[in-house]
Design a protein around this ligand. Structure first.
Ligand SMILES: [Zn+2]
Ligand SMILES: [Zn+2]
Length: 102
């Protein structure tokens, strides 16, 4: 199950569970859409993978015991250990490859 992490790992923008701006890689590294597009260039600085929009967990329990209320969003804020220059340098080595080629 996704943690639904609360912030962008790069710019620290809040990314609440209903945010349409939250993007994740397969490891659930979480960044805002603006950082993914303008800084990361669709390369995760932690794993080299690509990003997709994070799905939104329903607030309504359409099935018993399954909703945001039953499985609330995470509260543990993460911050990338990499500087923007390091992120851009890493991205430059990988962004020309399709996700399937990485
Ligand atoms: Zn950001
Ligand atoms: Zn990643």
């Amino acid at each position: 199950m996704l943690e639904l992490r609360p912030n962008c790992e790069n710019c620290d923008k809040d990314l609440p569970p209903d945010s349409a701006d939250a993007c994740i890689c397969t490891y659930e590294c979480t960044f805002c859409r603006q950082c993914v597009e303008s800084v990361l260039e669709n390369v995760c600085p932690n794993c080299g993978g690509n990003f997709c929009p994070r799905p939104i967990r329903p607030v309504t329990a359409h099935r018993e015991g399954v909703s945001l209320k039953h499985h609330p969003a995470g509260t543990n804020r993460k911050h990338t250990p990499y500087s923007e220059a390091e992120i851009r340098a890493f991205s430059a080595t990988t962004k020309h490859l399709t996700p399937q080629e990485r």
